[in-house]
Write a protein of this length. Structure first.
Lengths: 138, 129
């Protein structure tokens, strides 16, 4: 298959993007994200606060989960331009947990960005923790 | 924006050092453009945080990130000065705060629209917003 044909089939509706695991997210990784993003909410670092919120461990930042989409999509198509990204956070991911990101092209047509559905599942591979959509130009 | 409170206009930039730190923390490859989700750093500015907490005041609740959207017209570049204009509003049923941001370049051309939805979730007093 020529590179052009391979590229066009990757952007056809129904194409499944290979899943990829991220994490486990250590407390050190969460602290680095807090520093880099400016989001220093103590809920993400203080186990006692997390416990009082009913969580076994501090939750990682939702935006740290969403931040995985860019390397995920660029591993699939390095030259892709992501022009829109939106996501809904469904369940918390806790420090020490991993996630699996998967994706599928749900809409593709010439001259307009392809629409991708992105899903993030937790360690058990079943629980959906984030559902997102990306618009990607080839 | 109807029903919204203007939280202000802010001069924003992602320096090389800040962008590199963000890339390391998220696994994004460093480039001339800022990572897609980098503008979250600007939403952490003290004046914006204070405005959000004002909108959430009176609620025995914590602000929980419910959803996030970035819609780019043009990519943002490292070390380039932009203006971020932010509006926010409180909604009931469900109780939440919605923040809308627009990033423009030096010529006033829109580059990015951001929407952040923060849900107010009942919580113990010591965690309340």
């Amino acid at each position: 298959m020529s590179p052009d044909v391979a590229a066009s089939s990757e952007l056809a509706a129904g194409h499944v993007i290979p899943p990829r695991r991220f994490g486990p997210f250590s407390a050190k990784m969460v602290a680095a994200y807090a520093e880099a993003s400016g989001d220093d909410n103590p809920l993400h670092s203080d186990a006692s606060l997390a416990a009082r919120a009913g969580l076994a461990r501090p939750p990682i930042h939702g935006m740290l989960i969403m931040g995985c989409f860019e390397p995920y999509l660029h591993a699939w198509r390095p030259a892709a331009s992501i022009v829109k990204l939106s996501g809904k956070f469904i369940r918390p991911v806790l420090v020490g947990d991993s996630i699996e990101v998967s994706g599928k092209v749900v809409q593709a047509a010439a001259g307009v960005p392809a629409v991708l559905r992105l899903m993030v599942r937790g360690d058990d591979g079943r629980d959906l923790v984030c559902l997102a959509e990306a618009f990607v130009e080839p | 924006m109807s029903g919204s409170t203007a939280l202000g206009r802010f001069a924003v930039v992602g320096t090389i050092a800040e962008a590199d730190a963000f890339c390391r923390a998220t696994g994004v490859a460093p480039a001339a453009t800022l990572p897609l989700t980098y503008p979250m750093r600007w939403l952490a500015l003290p004046d914006i945080r204070a405005g959000l907490l004002d909108l959430a005041s009176g609620a025995e609740a914590v602000l929980v990130h419910e959803s996030q959207s970035f819609a780019y017209t043009h990519p943002l570049f490292v070390d380039q000065l932009y203006t971020l204009t932010v509006f926010a509003r409180r909604e009931a049923a469900p109780d939440r705060v919605i923040l809308d941001g627009v990033v423009t370049d030096a010529a006033g051309v829109e580059q990015l629209r951001i929407e952040t939805i923060l849900r107010l979730i009942a919580a113990p007093t010591e965690l309340a917003a």
